[in-house]
Ligand binder design. Structure first.
Ligand SMILES: Cc1cc2nc3c(=O)[nH]c(=O)nc-3n(C[C@H](O)[C@H](O)[C@H](O)COP(=O)(O)O)c2cc1C
Ligand code: SF4
Length: 1431
């Protein structure tokens, strides 16, 4: 049944509506709000956040109730609507039935109402008091059924309202069945047809009142060629015209419109009811166009309908004569219609509108006027006299030809910055005046100044009115005190202006040089409006190309800037909201605004329909997403996607995602299907996000050692800095079949093996060879890393950078477009691969023509400077970094690069099991990360308890093995990150530590362990311990991170209160590692000249005691294959010191290196290069100067050997030592050889000490006579006493290499035993089984097993391939020389066999193998490090 107004006895329409609103409520909150009394400025300022808006006085209850999720009905006035845009949007998103009733008379300008038309709400208008009440109910009911907000305009003036008692509406109509009609749900939720669903719901609600109403009604001639359209009441149609009266304006149903229009309608003339029209074409016109014009590619159902708009007021009051003029005017327009405001000037005048006719203005003035539309108008509308466009004065036309625009943000910014400074000065002056009680301020002035100071940043407080009032008061009182005068002088800054820089495309093209960066980075309250004028086809086609709106991304990346992307013709409401929010934002704000036009000039002659369509398509396609970004909001609210369609896609995706998750957990067997769906679903979002991000770039890499990956990540970083949407993946993580969908691909591939692809690119490479994909849509560039001398023979040149060249060729064969020629990085270049890479990068970015999105001056520098190792140390707060958090993070098994580097100083390295890498990569899993832990064990002395502690830790947390290292200590391998701390604590519980076992510090100090010199050993062992503790870093980080019961909150910053101090190292520690050894001639079991600093003990004439030491400096093994600037070097003698000066010498040598070592190039940072760079005399001077005394001349000594002496030895101290052979120092239980278990048993029985040797063997030391028998039995039981090996094996040594060492290029520890098996056959045949030849092997040229002073050395180059060196001295005092490069096992045997045999036959008596090969000219002797590479 219908309700009658008479039943309501309402004193006014407003009261009636308010009552009706309340009457629908079972659970509805009805709020009646008369005209807002708060200043518009305050509300606008507060409208930025919903929460804040709730505090706004009048709208507070409404906002609070809405925010609480209640169904709310309220009566508000039209101006308040603008402030309620965020509330409406929020309600729309939350599907909340909010209904706002707005009194609007037929003569009112409805701009404020129409301003909210894109807020996601329905717009309904009633035209009579009766309708007002009925439609109030319609709106309430439809809002609840559709779960969307409604704005209902009704005729009537706001005023006091009294809610009357009334029987519930539900008694009169069947509300329940309306709210839940059969099938309604499907109508309502049909996402594709929201307009139709809304239309149906409203029509059905109207039907509750009989057949009086329809959402869209037509009146007039049934065959009218011209139809007027109005929102609400219209003029009586006269003659052959009709009137389309639209009550439901949003959503506008195309079906209903078409159904209502007569088939004859050829023109529709929209009669707008707006005077303050910031756009040249009215909102009704646009909505009609949007509803009636076919979308992209849709079939045209009927001939095009011409759409014209008329800017005037009170459509209902059009006279017949005026209508006739308009009709006449419309007739003259060709299809498609062009709207020209000048042509309707007569009507505007006739209607008495405030708009100024353009007729009569000069062309330039007209253009100026038109060009100032629409964003400029909007700004003026919103901010009125507060608006301050700072760069306008310099611009002929800010809105004009964007590409030739001379607008200058820097100029404008300067003015704004000055303005801000002025305000700051004013605030200071006001504060000073208020604080100083001697300043005679009147009460009014005092109150006004206080009010201003309290709200100076709020536009609502710092109004022009208050400014004027303050100006007057100050003028009257300025003479009273200089402080008042000072405030008066700055009075121009009282009013808070809305400061804007307005610019166009070119700003976005070149952010860096435009000054936009300055504005953003200034942090000042500066707003920028940047127009983008590209037309839709351009935006769509260039979705993958550099886009101007990257300025928005750039600003977002900046983190502290408000950013919005808007399009006035796509969502007018969203523009308003964005501009209001930008103004209220207390820092820099950037609004990127879409304004499509052709030929670079925005012109009135440009069809409104085209602009509308352009905007719609750009927004709907995602090419121009609408969004707002407020960095001050909570993380999940910061980014608001306002594009309706995109938002729906995201919602759809999320729904699917949830569904997938549900299916996935319920039925894991569906995993495969799920992931396919998921991939597709994700594609939607990727596309969306891609649309927001910028042109896509895929960077693929294949790299074994990390160089290639580093290069790839640099390309990726650069891409991102250019605003590109970058993915960077290992090649095998990417499916070749997906390549056709990639627009731009950069492949970075290193060369492994013999011209092979690194492990993580092999599958990709294979698939690429056999793929039959068409890559005509894909552009690509390839960069290769290789070594032109890796395979030195000429015929092997084909292996140089082979994978890169192969991939480049194959991509071209598959029709991909080469962006630049394949780039090649060569290790042989002085700057390594980086040289080629720099060229490649430059060409790549130039060819892609994508500029850096960055700051002027700093941007170029393409490469974000990577943190250096030096910086890492310095900023680490004495080795803390973020280690504490990293090891506490259970989500991954690794730490980042920089914590990884710091961890070394704590004695641990991150590694991964390289045996498992390929499978793990193939499964997309994290590498099998684990940690190696190295103990600091000066002199290599451990108690049985310590041995057992390490043994237990190896089982509990390690890989069940221990390594006796070549520097006399224990290493555990395979410790997982989560066990790292517990393992460290275990080591410390065993009274050992790992401080400085690795890293750029003094490492473990080694000392001779030769039992035959047992009487001298305690002294050198003590010296090792003394030096070690003297040079120990003093940071408390180690204790704090590993041992403190409470983990520190961590981090360099947070713990900066810790006052650490490194008296010897300083914050940057040393340029590189620093190694010290002490030897007692004639035994050189420590290889004393292989280290940075060596002590050679000088004995007294009796040979029984040490008097002092020869100091050796500048030894070191590491080098890089083929890089002649790197080489091994043996230490040179600096002089002699008495033994009481030994420790201080260590300090001074280290300090010279600390101060003069090369900190710019880690490959040149070891002390050996500092020695060669400066010379020994310089070094002596430096050290002596610091010592304060002179070193004595070196004393004579002689070394005879550098191996260990095996077996039992009774020392002069009466104790017994057994030196046992442990192959390559690996203490492990192997089938049939339970070495680790056996040694644990020995440790449990042992009462003496363990001595670890620098050759990786073990001395059971200090066995009392009475224990020898028992110990011998134990050793025999486990065959630990077996020394029945060839002397070659007993003098062999290998580094760890694969699988744990990240640098290994070839096997070492796992391979050398087998090679020696094969060599033993040759040795045996040659009769040399008992002739010691020192043979060493390493997996890479870093030289951990000191290969370069061995008589035979094999240094890994590639899997199964080694460089073979010969000619080191048996005592370790001469470097060897390359004999053959890149040899495999067969070649090794073929090469060594004859030499060994020759040695057996032709050696002189006692001649060592190393000396023999030199005497025979098999290799040249290496005299010093610098000639190591000379052959
Ligand atoms: C085991 C191994 C084999 C190599 N083989 C070649 C080769 O055949 N051709 C080539 O040009 N470079 C070769 N190189 C040089 C590497 O490609 C070059 O050092 C590159 O920078 C390594 O990059 P990555 O760290 O990404 O693996 C080889 C390097 C290694 C370690
Ligand atoms: S020499 Fe090379 S491969 Fe061997 S452990 Fe040292 S770094 Fe690793």
């Amino acid at each position: 049944m219908a309700l009658q107004t008479s039943e309501l006895r309402a004193p006014s329409a407003v009261a009636a509506v308010a009552y009706a609103a309340a009457a629908t409520a079972d659970s509805t909150t009805a709020i009646v709000h008369s005209a807002a009394t708060a200043t518009a400025g305050a509300l606008i300022a507060e409208s930025r956040r919903l929460a804040k808006l709730a505090q706004a006085v009048e709208l507070g209850p409404l906002v609070a109730a809405t925010a609480a999720g209640e169904a709310v009905s309220a009566v508000v006035d039209a101006p308040s609507l603008l402030k309620l845009i965020p509330v409406l949007r929020d309600a729309a998103q939350r599907k909340q039935a909010l209904v706002l009733h707005v009194p609007v008379s037929s003569a009112d300008d409805v701009s404020d109402v129409l301003a909210v038309r894109d807020a996601g709400c329905a717009l309904l208008r009633s035209s009579s008091p009766q309708q007002a009440v009925d439609f109030a109910l319609v709106a309430s009911l439809a809002a609840r059924r559709l779960a969307i907000p409604f704005v209902h305009c009704f005729p009537g003036a706001a005023g006091p309202v009294k809610v009357l008692a009334y029987a519930p509406f539900a008694e009169h109509v069947d509300v329940a069945s309306y709210l839940d009609p059969a099938g309604a749900a499907s109508e309502v939720t049909t996402a594709q047809l929201p307009a139709e669903a809304a239309h149906t719901a409203v029509a059905q609600a109207m039907a509750l009142f009989g057949d009086h109403y329809a959402p869209v009604e037509y009146a007039g001639a049934p065959d009218a060629p011209v139809v007027y359209a109005t929102f609400g009441t219209g003029p009586e149609p006269a003659g052959p015209t009709g009137l389309l009266q639209i009550s439901l304006f949003r959503p506008l149903s195309p079906q209903a419109l078409r159904a209502a229009l007569p088939a004859t309608a050829a023109r529709i003339i929209a009669l707008e009811q707006v005077t303050r029209q910031p756009t040249p074409w009215g909102p009704l016109l646009f909505d009609l166009a949007g509803a009636l014009l076919p979308g992209d590619g849709a079939a045209q159902a009927r001939p095009p309908i011409l759409l014209d708009a008329v800017s005037t007021v009170a459509p209902a009051e059009f006279t017949a004569e005026q209508l006739a003029r308009v009709t006449e005017h419309a007739k003259g327009l060709d299809s498609p219609a062009h709207f020209n405001p000048a042509e309707i000037a007569g009507i505007a005048e006739a209607a008495g509108a405030a708009s100024v006719p353009l007729a009569g203005l000069s062309l330039e003035e007209q253009q100026q006027r038109v060009e100032n539309i629409p964003y400029g108008q909007l700004l003026r509308e919103l901010f009125g006299p507060r608006l301050h466009v700072a760069n306008a004065a310099e611009s002929q036309s800010i809105w004009g030809d964007a590409r030739s625009s001379t607008t200058n943000p820097e100029f404008g910014f300067g003015r704004l910055a000055a303005d801000e400074r002025g305000r700051a000065r004013l605030a200071q002056a006001v504060t000073a005046a208020l604080r100083d009680v001697s300043v005679p301020l009147s009460k009014r002035l005092h109150a006004a100044l206080n009010a201003w100071l309290g709200g100076k940043d709020s536009a609502g407080v710092a109004t022009a009115e208050l400014a004027a009032e303050l100006g007057d008061l100050l003028a009257a009182e300025r003479q009273a005190h200089p402080a008042i005068e000072a405030v008066h002088a700055l009075r121009a800054h009282f009013a808070r202006r809305s400061s804007w820089l307005v610019g166009a495309d070119e700003w976005a093209y070149d952010i860096g040089s435009s000054g936009v960066h300055h504005a953003i980075s200034s942090g000042l309250n500066v707003n920028m409006l940047v127009l983008d004028t590209a037309t839709y086809p351009f935006v769509a086609e260039h979705k993958g190309a550099p886009r101007k709106k990257d300025i928005g991304l750039y600003a977002m990346n900046y983190g502290s800037t408000y950013v919005a992307s808007v399009a006035v013709y796509a969502s007018y409401t969203q523009v308003l909201q964005a501009l209001l929010e930008a103004d209220a934002f207390p820092g820099p704000a950037v609004v990127v605004a879409y304004l499509p036009h052709t030929n670079g000039v925005f012109s009135a002659s440009y069809s409104p329909i085209e602009v509308l369509q352009q905007s719609k398509r750009a927004v709907d396609s995602g090419a121009w997403p609408l969004y707002r970004w407020d960095p001050t909001l909570a993380a999940d609210q910061r980014f608001q996607l306002d594009s309706e369609k995109l938002r729906r896609s995201v919602e759809d995706f999320l729904r699917r995602d949830n569904a997938l998750a549900a299916i996935g957990s319920a039925a894991p067997a569906l995993g495969g299907i799920d992931s396919a769906l998921e991939t597709r679903a994700r594609g939607d979002v990727d596309e969306l996000v891609g649309g927001l991000r910028g042109p896509p770039l895929l960077v693929l890499f294949a790299s074994d050692g990390g160089n290639g990956e580093e290069a790839a990540r640099r390309v990726a970083r650069q891409g991102r800095r250019r605003g590109m949407d970058v993915r960077c993946l290992g090649m095998d993580e990417f499916d070749v079949e997906e390549l056709p969908f990639e627009k731009t691909v950069v492949a970075v591939v290193s060369t492994a093996g013999q011209g092979e692809v690194p492990t993580n690119g092999r599958e990709f490479f294979k698939s690429l060879q056999s793929a039959s994909v068409n890559l005509s849509e894909t552009a690509y560039a390839v960069f290769g890393l290789g070594d032109s001398h890796y395979w030195p023979r000429e015929e092997d040149a084909i292996f140089y950078n082979k994978p890169a060249r192969d991939i480049d060729r194959r991509l071209a064969e598959l029709s991909a477009t080469r962006i630049v020629d394949v780039g090649l990085g060569d290790d042989q270049d002085a700057d390594g691969w980086e040289a080629g890479f720099t060229d490649f990068e430059q060409l790549l970015w130039a060819a892609l023509n994508i500029d850096v999105v960055g700051a002027a001056g700093q941007a170029e520098e393409d490469e974000e400077p990577k943190r250096t190792d030096e910086e890492n140390k310095v900023i680490s707060n004495y080795l803390r970094g973020t280690i504490a958090q990293a090891i506490a993070d259970p989500s991954c098994g690794y730490v980042d690069e920089w914590d990884g580097k710091l961890l070394k100083f704590h004695g641990t390295y991150m590694q991964d099991d390289r045996d498992l890498r390929p499978e793990r990569l193939a499964r997309g899993e994290e590498k099998a990360f684990s940690f190696m832990i190295r103990v600091r064990l000066p002199g290599g002395i451990a108690t049985p308890a310590q041995w057992l502690a390490m043994d237990r830790l190896a089982d509990e947390h390690g890989n069940h093995t221990m390594k006796i290292t070549t520097r006399q200590t224990f290493q555990l391998h395979g410790v997982l990150k989560r066990n790292l701390r517990e393992t460290m604590r275990g080591i410390n519980r065993g009274l050992m530590d790992t401080i400085a076992a690795c890293g750029d510090v003094n490492r473990n100090v080694v000392a001779s362990a030769n039992p035959q010199q047992a009487h001298l050993q305690p002294e050198v062992a003590q010296l090792a311990a003394d030096i070690s503790s003297h040079l120990l870093p003093s940071t408390s980080a180690y204790h704090e991170i590993w041992l403190a019961d409470e983990l520190v909150a961590g981090g360099a910053e947070q713990t900066s209160s810790v006052e650490d101090h490194e008296p010897l190292y300083g914050a940057a520690y040393l340029p590189r590692k620093f190694k010290i050894a002490i030897a007692i001639p004639p035994e050189n079991d420590v290889d004393v000249v292989a280290y940075d600093l060596g002590y050679i003990a000088i004995l007294d004439s009796s040979g029984q005691s040490i008097v002092g030491y020869n100091i050796m400096i500048g030894g070191g093994m590491g080098m890089t294959h083929n890089n002649k600037k790197t080489y091994p070097r043996l230490a040179s003698c600096l002089g002699y010191v008495p033994k009481d000066k030994a420790v201080i010498v260590a300090e001074k040598v280290m300090v010279v290196q600390r101060d003069h070592g090369d900190r710019t190039n880690r490959k040149h940072a070891r002390l050996k290069y500092t020695v060669d760079d400066h010379g020994m005399d310089w070094w002596r001077e430096q050290v002596e100067e610091r010592l304060g005394f002179q070193l004595e001349a070196p004393r004579p000594y002689e070394f005879t050997r550098n191996g260990d002496r095996y077996g039992w030895v009774k020392t002069t101290r009466g104790l017994n030592n057994f030196t046992m052979f442990i192959q390559n120092g690996r203490v492990a239980d192997l089938p049939g050889q339970p070495l680790k278990t056996a040694l644990a048993e020995v440790a449990r029985a042992h009462t003496g000490l363990f001595r670890l040797t620098c050759n990786g063997h073990l001395i059971i030391a200090d066995v009392r006579d009475e224990d020898v028998g028992r110990m011998s039995e134990l050793l025999a039981k486990h065959r630990l006493d077996n020394l029945d090996y060839s002397a070659l094996r007993l003098h062999s040594m290998a580094c760890v290499a694969l699988p744990t060492c990240g640098l290994a290029m070839a096997e070492s520890e796992r391979y050398l035993p087998r090679l020696i098996d094969l060599l033993d056959a040759i040795i045996d045949e040659a009769g040399l089984r008992n002739d010691a030849i020192v043979i060493r092997m390493t997996g890479c040229p870093n030289g951990c097993a000191r290969p370069y002073n061995a008589e035979i050395a094999l240094v890994g180059k590639a899997p199964g391939t080694y460089n073979l060196y010969l000619g080191g001295s048996h005592s370790g005092e001469r470097l060897n020389k390359i004999f053959r490069e890149s040899v495999d096992e067969d070649q090794i045997l073929q090469l060594l066999g004859p030499v060994i045999k020759q040695y057996a036959l032709e050696r002189n008596g006692g001649e060592r193998f190393g000396d023999f090969v030199i005497r025979k000219g098999i290799v040249k002797a290496t005299r010093e490090g610098k000639d190591f590479h000379d052959v």
